[in-house]
Write a protein that binds this ligand. Sequence first.
Ligand code: MG
Length: 437
Amino acid sequence: MSASGTTGVEPVMAAPWAPTDPSSALKITNVRTICTAPDGVRLVVVKVETNEPGLYGLGCATFTQRPMTVVSAIEEYLKPFLVGRDPNDIEDIWQASHLSSYWRSGPVLNNALSGVDMALWDIKGKRAGVPVYQLFGGRTRKAADVYVHANGRDVHDLEDRVREVTEAGFRHVRVQMEVPGMATYGAYGSQIAPPPGQPVQSGRLAIEQKAWEPRPYCRQTPAMFEHLRSTLGEEVELLHDVHERVPPMMAIQLAKDLEPYKLFFLEDLFSPEDVDYLRILRAQSSIPVAIGELFVNQHEYVPLVRDRLLDFMRVHVSDIGGLTPARKLATLCEFFGVRTAWHGPNDTSPVGHAAQLQLDLSVSNFGIQEVMHIPDRTREVFPGTPEVRDGAMWSNEAPGLGIDIDEELAAKYPFPEHPFNGAWPEIRRTDGTVIRP
Ligand code: MG
């Protein structure tokens, strides 16, 4: 008699359900990376191809400081894992890919995953014949308000830069100013357009190799806001990025000093390693807190949302793994009164911008979208790059993410030579100590 009962028939375990039905008509046939730097910023884009003629998707996998590690993660590991699967199964592919390395998360693997994930949403939108935001529940606004950067050498120069962008129709402006003699984050000119004949530079490439001390910056910044509010008035929304360089208690004092100037938000007052100081800050200050561009793991951001320690979630969508996790994060944030402000510098590729725009348009708790000037040469490589006008980013209403890549043109702009192969420059105090950037 068998151990299973009296019938003599052994129970047969059903094979585990697997979503890749052998009879499925649609399959992933190739996963490719495209590297291009039309305006000097190293961009990595993923193209997921299918067996349906002409049907493919694009995704952003740009980790500009370590781009070739992402290329390797995609070409050598994700591609063999994904070819033959049904691209309809976005959630299943995300979960299976995420776990396929056993050790998971981090900017390399998350960016690789993002490239594939965004491309799958692009494919799904194209098949449905609608922009991806329609698959997310449809629009909740006509366009996504953006903020741009204004950077000055001194208060007068900065005031001029702010006037320049507000006259161009922008209502939200991030203001940064040089600290004389120091390697100040973000002080590198205007970003409506580069000076004639000069390439657009990522701010991090333009930081001069000087020392940095937090005290002069903390003295200067309230005075900077005092000047801007007294000359520009209260209408313009002003934002500022501390960029995690200031010791925590000095940063809390800075936040309190800035309260009278009614900032739209104050960003990255603390490094990811110091986010527990947000609890102390919240007990002392009502300044609106934006944080998160460096987060790469849900354990970094879920507790902050749950405990209502921030007002704007700044994660870089490709650095947390693409649209699939970002949608879930946006929903989590909605329940806790936190608004979205996805990181959007020029090392977010135009594909990344087109992807996060789908969230900006559809989530009810949208806050603001960061954008920098996207030069014409980059727009030529990426036809369909979202338009920025009237202080907002607009959908072109094309199916999917609404963006394409001209691969022939992209190939004309290989990654440029770069000191330290693209590493973030060291920031040091006057005694030589390396500090968080
Ligand atoms: Mg920032």
